[in-house]
Design a protein around this ligand. Sequence first.
Ligand code: ZN
Length: 148
Amino acid sequence: MSPELQELYQAVILDHGRRPRNCRVIEGGRKAEGYNPMCGDRITVHVCLDADVIQDVSFDGSGCAIAKASASLMTVSVKGLTRADACALVDRFHRMITAPPGAPIEELGALAALAGVRQFPTRVKCATLPWHALRAATDARAKVVSTE
Ligand code: ZN
């Protein structure tokens, strides 16, 4: 990765960590909480589904900058997707962030900003936490999920 790109990615993470998008509660929506005991991140993802399409998605809770940036970027990325497409994106994101540090980065738009996290295995769970919660929230049997 070029230093310029790395800098850009860091700026994206900082921006979303400091000013998270869609950080609110959706009343009456589905929700699932994700908890990462390794770091103490606790994030609830709220989803409003119309038929099979994610009409609205948000999160609240507390977490480190990586968890918040990942949650923020996630809400921006999955809004308007079908449940199946969102699930596929969860899988692609997970593949990208658990790939070896030298592996090419998938075409995931702004989400690629989080690819650098894979160099820090202890932080991977911070980044994947909101995605696990999203999957649980779109699932009919929403419960508390843990990355452990
Ligand atoms: Zn964390």
